[in-house]
Ligand binder design. Structure first.
Ligand code: GN1
Ligand code: MG
Length: 354
């Protein structure tokens, strides 16, 4: 692998010689590597391989990523940040000046400056951390309020269209391609009983009653970079899904991932919980930034989003399990079924509380 990586790295304009390269992070879609270079001073960079079976047009993903990262850097520079690449994702251009490199096999690779002071967590530690996760999301959305949604491509049509995922689950159940339906009966029934949740957000979006804005679309806890010195949110990572949408997809997903202290991979289902203190702290952190641009109707509808997005992710995991784990990287047999169980348990906990 190292030889493949070093030949990819030679396509980017990086100082010094490669010291090390290793897998990094816990994303479920793209592959991420942390690379260290010695050019007098040791510097780190992030190398990522874009998953083409999810993002079928990596070129358009990269146009969006370039547009968004440049916008963020320009905004921060205007606010007096001298070196925006130290606090927000910034691309390292390929030697030919492009935003990414396409290798001989047609695979797409891109590089980012590594943000040295940042760290990410898969699980929110406490209410203070939840506040920062919410604030980081609100700050991101505030920074892109002046980016016209029309400048971004729709790289994942149907992403966060919950009824489309429900139809996908229906089809996966009907086909039962892997013969896994028998052991997932209880989960399929659970989903059937909550079908009414599916259109709630998409109806709102399509009704035109709430604004379409540039949103992140994947603001889970480990996509919020925290400054290890201060504990404050630095920025949002993983900008592949940034595109026009409604703030509710973001808020709901952020709460879903932050308010469950057992995390998405909870080993014990009974440890899954919906923690109202984390939820409240996240909401306050979010609104401390987002109330600068949200309209009252958006604020009123925020609580609704939490259950819808939890349901959506549960049915996505379940459908992927039934279809053979083609979408979400599974680390062990039944991993996506387990992930679905965690989301459904979390949804039950939410139903009892919000
Ligand atoms: C995926 O790439 P990653 O791990 O940040 C997924 C999200 C899910 C999340 C669940 C493009 O995000 O929608 O909420 O897994 N991203 C895509 O962990 O499908
Ligand atoms: Mg992602």
């Amino acid at each position: 692998m190292l030889s493949v990586i070093s030949s990819i790295l030679s396509q980017f304009d990086l100082p010094g010689t490669l010291l090390s390269a290793g897998r990094f992070g816990s994303g479920l879609i793209n592959e991420t590597f942390l690379c260290e270079f010695d050019g007098g001073v040791v510097r780190k960079y992030i190398l990522q391989h874009i998953n083409k079976s999810v993002f079928t047009r990596p070129d358009l993903v990269m146009e969006n990523v370039a547009t968004v990262t440049e916008h963020l850097q320009a905004r921060l520079r205007r606010e007096g940040v001298a070196d925006p690449a130290s606090v927000t994702p910034a691309l390292v251009r390929a030697r030919d000046g492009r935003s990414h490199h396409v290798d001989g096999a047609g695979e797409c690779w891109r590089m980012f400056h590594f943000i040295e002071t940042g760290e990410v967590f898969d699980i929110v530690r406490d209410a203070g951390h939840a506040h920062e996760v919410g604030r980081g999301l609100g700050r991101f959305q505030a920074l892109v309020t002046d980016l016209p949604p029309g400048r971004l491509h729709d790289t994942l049509p149907g992403f966060h269209h919950t009824p489309v995922y429900l139809r996908g689950l229906d089809e996966a159940v009907r086909k039962d391609l892997q013969g896994r339906l028998a052991e997932a009966r209880a989960e399929v029934e659970f989903a059937q009983g909550r079908r009414r949740l599916a259109p709630l957000l998409t109806d709102l979006m399509e009704s035109g009653r709430i604004p379409i804005r540039v949103v992140h679309n994947d603001p889970k806890v480990n996509n919020v970079l925290i400054d290890r010195r201060t504990g404050k949110a630095l920025c949002m990572l993983d900008l592949d899904t940034v595109k026009p949408g409604i703030v509710h997809f973001d808020f709901g997903d952020c709460v879903r991932s932050a308010a469950n202290p057992a995390g998405e991979d909870a080993a014990d289902l009974d440890s899954v919980a919906f923690d109202r203190f984390r939820y409240e702290a996240l909401r306050q952190g979010y609104l401390s930034e987002a109330s600068s641009f949200l309209v009252q109707q958006e604020i009123d509808l925020l609580p609704l989003s939490v259950q819808v997005i939890t349901f959506e992710l549960g049915i996505r995991f379940l459908a992927d399990h039934l279809s053979g784990d083609a979408y979400f990287r599974a680390r062990f047999p039944g991993h996506n079924l387990h992930r679905a169980r965690v989301q459904f348990r979390l949804l039950e906990r939410m139903e009892a509380m919000i």
